[in-house]
Design a protein around this ligand. Structure first.
Ligand code: PMP
Length: 373
């Protein structure tokens, strides 16, 4: 492995990829995998059947390229958002889809970032942001948050003026802290960034789990052409394996993204799977309430045990007050429970699973707490 690493660094790599590590959340086979914020509920049978039917209907045509513009899928996604968030009226022209919201974020940086331009985000935040910046030759500015991981309007505006970024990524709810951002901070950043024409991107991968869905930045889109809201079917829809992310923005922003998308980037199979799932949006989202309830149980129990969990608006809980994060991580793994050490001292992150998975985690934590608080 060391030889491979030496050989890799001897390659004529781009300078900004030198010394970097790829995204690498462990993919271990354990009884309780609560480490990558998936929806751990399996897809209901009826949904599986619809998806299989949709895929079957395109298989005969796989000799042809798929709909390059994914119009039917984008219309269904727009309808889904309109039903989810009151007071918005999106059409397919407002929506763009790709292979996971990671690809959406990459396309945004390919379009609006690049050499000589900066991406600002506020750390700790989603670990892919700096990698996406490096991959698109965009400078990455790691802004900061308060000691409680919140981001105040004042601090956000100060850091914006300092960085004069081409793009800002705001994860809300944020990963790994699970905390949501108030619309006031987003609005203020938008107004203050007018001189730099910054694209303000709100990454709402976990929006469906928020306590108050009226806070979605989708409601701010009207009249704000530099605002983009990204979403995914990986979390609430339980469709991480299908790879379908999307965004909502002004139609001319969607037009701009077509300049960088690869032709036929979204396979006919992916489009069919997503359409099948969207036809069952209500059934799939039924798991959201249960996940929220498990999340709240985790938060309350961890607090009771003496840890300090952040108030979560997502399907996972971030908690501090851990004596030695690596030691607790390993102790849980010995019990077959995989959670996530995100590299922040004295903290860990755990996804809210099914009731049984949550029981297993909390039972282990009750036993381990006295040694690890
Ligand atoms: N944004 C955030 C904040 C995330 O946590 C994740 C996945 N962990 C993503 C985007 C990407 O998700 P996907 O590519 O599966 O849509």
């Amino acid at each position: 492995m060391n030889d491979r690493r030496d050989s890799l660094s001897a390659l004529p790599l781009r300078e900004n990829l030198r010394g970097k590590s790829p995204y690498g959340a462990p993919q271990k086979s354990v009884p309780f995998a609560l480490n990558v914020n998936e929806n751990t509920h399996p897809l209901p049978e009826a949904v599986q059947e619809t998806i299989v039917g949709k895929v079957a209907s395109v298989v005969g045509g796989l000799n042809r390229y798929p709909d390059r513009d994914a119009v039917e899928l984008r219309s269904e996604l727009a309808d889904y958002l309109n039903a989810q968030v009151q007071g918005i009226d999106l059409a397919y022209e407002n929506v763009w889809a790709a292979n996971g919201s990671n690809e959406i974020l990459q396309q945004i940086l390919q379009t609006f970032g690049g050499p000589g331009r900066a991406l600002l985000s506020f750390t700790p935040t989603y670990s892919m942001y700096p990698l996406l910046a490096a991959g698109t030759d965009t400078d990455y500015v790691a802004g900061t948050r308060g000691s409680d991981f919140s981001l105040t309007q004042e601090s956000a505006l100060e850091q914006l003026a300092e960085a004069e970024p081409a793009v800002v990524f705001l994860a809300s709810p944020n990963n790994p802290t699970a905390t949501a951002l108030g619309p006031d901070v987003i609005e203020a950043l938008y107004e203050a960034s007018e001189p730099y024409r910054t694209m303000i991107v709100v990454d709402e991968a976990y929006a469906e789990f928020a306590r108050d869905s009226t806070r979605s930045a989708l409601r701010l889109l009207k009249g704000r052409e530099r605002l983009i809201v990204t979403r995914t079917m990986s979390k609430a829809f339980g469709l991480a394996g299908a790879r379908l992310g999307y965004l909502a923005a002004a139609p001319h922003v969607v037009d701009a993204l077509q300049l960088v998308r690869l032709p036929y980037h979204l396979s006919a199979v992916t489009q069919a799977v997503a359409l099948g799932a969207l036809a069952h949006a209500e059934d799939l989202l039924a798991t959201v309430d249960d996940i929220r309830a498990q999340r709240d149980r985790i938060e309350a129990t961890l607090r009771e045990l003496g840890f300090s969990p952040a108030v979560s608006d997502a399907n996972f809980v971030f908690f501090t007050g851990v004596r030695d994060s690596q030691a607790l991580f390993e102790a849980l793994l010995d019990d077959g429970i995989l959670i996530r050490d995100v590299g922040i001292p004295n903290s860990l992150r755990v996804s809210a699973g099914t009731r049984e998975e949550t029981d297993a985690f909390l039972t282990a934590m009750r036993r381990l707490a006295p040694e690890h608080v």
